[in-house]
Design a protein around this ligand. Structure first.
Ligand code: ADP
Ligand code: ZN
Length: 291
């Protein structure tokens, strides 16, 4: 069986063909311009590929409520050309196949949970810390949706007493994304993260904020494992500092076998940066199964 997968991002659209085992046969990347320019190119790619379903992991916010009139739309995104755009409808109409749909980071969570490091766990969280911060949550074996979908990048944090930076988020002065995503690092320290590798204080502050968000997630969602992806986590100092900070902030309150071994509790992604596109394949598989 051949399936299509689309990882829809703010700068590029990754389109791939694969199968229900998560194997990818081929892929292309198309720059994200306007829907009028970019969507026909993607449809042209998928049209000749003999696929039985398509899965889309999409930047958000998006409407995931199947009962809503705007199900399958990208909704209030700051990427204005895509605001209120019916992305599921566009592909379903043009290709006449089932189209699975979720957030990009829920897609990554699903990819890891199906074929990667959180396989077999019913409760896991995938957090990406890059240009923005996204959170995908699997709870009781299912991707968490609810009123909308988790927007965990905007959880509010207690500011470090020595941090005078005002925050990058236009909505909140002290949310995780605004204080700790790549652009916040650059704005606070005047250089890109990659150029700050030897500045210990940068990564300690970063771990202080990420650790705080993780402790909140642990208390609230009781995940069995947390995966941290995205460009900022490529900084090799980060993982040990984050684990240390989580341990410090939990302060011994919880005692579980998972928390005894933080090295295998808080981990990097395991699918060579294919977790998003593989997750989109799984969205296609699941949508097909629902028909
Ligand atoms: P996106 O979020 O746009 O999909 P990435 O996950 O690659 O892309 O995140 C890009 C962000 O991560 C940028 O802000 C960049 O400065 C930062 N970044 C990338 N590599 C590193 C690194 N090695 N150390 C620190 N920050 C990094
Ligand atoms: Zn915010």
């Amino acid at each position: 069986m051949r399936l299509g997968a689309l990882e829809a991002g703010g700068t590029k659209m990754v389109c791939a063909i694969g199968n229900a085992n998560g194997e990818i046969y081929e892929r292309i990347s198309i720059p994200t311009e306007t829907p009028e320019i970019t969507v026909p190119k993607m449809i042209e790619y998928f049209k000749e590929k003999d696929i039985q379903a398509l899965g889309i992991g999409c930047f958000g916010p998006i409407d995931l409520n199947r009962k809503s009139e705007t199900y399958g739309y990208i909704t209030t995104t700051p990427k204005l050309a895509w605001k209120n755009y019916n992305i599921v409808g566009a592909f379903a109409d043009a290709l006449d196949i089932p189209v699975g749909f979720d957030t990009d980071v829920n897609g990554s969570a699903l990819g890891e949970a199906t074929w990667g490091i959180t396989k077999g766990l019913d409760n896991s969280i995938y957090i990406t810390i890059g240009t923005g911060v996204g959170m995908g949550i699997i709870s009781n074996g299912k991707l968490l949706h609810g009123m909308l979908h988790p927007e965990g990048g905007h959880v509010l944090l207690t500011r470090h007493p020595k941090d005078t930076y005002g925050g990058k988020c236009p909505y909140h002065s002290n949310c995780l994304e605004g204080l700790a995503a790549g652009p916040a690092i650059e704005a606070r320290w005047g250089k890109k993260g990659i150029e700050l590798a030897d500045k210990k204080e940068v990564w300690e502050l970063e771990a202080y904020y990420i650790g705080q968000a993780l402790v909140d997630c642990i208390m609230l969602l009781s995940p069995q494992r947390i995966v941290l992806g995205g460009g900022v986590m490529h900084q090799e100092h980060m993982m040990p500092l984050v684990r240390e900070e989580v341990k410090k902030q939990l302060n011994g309150y919880l005692v579980t076998k998972e928390l005894e071994d933080l090295d295998s509790y808080i981990v990097l992604p395991s699918l060579n940066d294919n977790q998003g596109i593989m997750g989109a394949l799984k969205l296609a598989v699941d949508e097909l199964a629902m028909q």
